[in-house]
Design a protein around this ligand. Structure first.
Ligand code: MN
Length: 129
């Protein structure tokens, strides 16, 4: 079985380094995108198994990037998990209506992240049909 590929769209370099390191230790291949356009290109090219989507991005926010990714061939059912520091009521609903499958709150809890990622990958592998 091939190693799951995770795409992380995040404009903050320190966050990218941290999450990449954690996920690589877990045995995942990690692709990084510093903005939405790069994210869209990498998603289309590599068809990752899971996408972690920072919401607060320059130019195009993570909601818009997610909506565009859903229109890419082969990405309709790829888990896209929103990462946001916004804790206002309604953010969860907003990420779900943009097409995200779940929500991880920032700052990222590095002890919980591997389990959260495994959970979302597991959900993908067990479709109802
Ligand atoms: Mn950001």
């Amino acid at each position: 079985m091939s190693v799951p590929v995770i795409l992380y769209v995040e404009d903050n370099h320190a966050n990218r380094e941290l999450v990449k390191r954690i996920l690589e230790v877990e045995g995942y291949d990690v692709l990084e995108a510093a903005d939405g356009m790069i994210g869209l290109e990498l998603a289309e090219k590599h068809k990752p198994d899971l996408i972690l989507m920072d919401i607060n991005l320059p130019e195009m926010d993570g909601y818009v990037v997610t909506q565009r990714m859903r229109k890419i061939d082969g990405l309709l059912h790829t888990p896209i998990i929103a990462l946001t520091a916004n804790v206002m009521r309604g953010d969860r609903e907003k990420s779900l209506s943009a097409g995200c499958d779940g929500y991880i709150r920032k700052p990222i809890n590095i002890d919980q992240l591997p389990e959260q990622v495994a959970h979302f990958l597991e959900a993908k592998r067990a479709p109802s049909n």
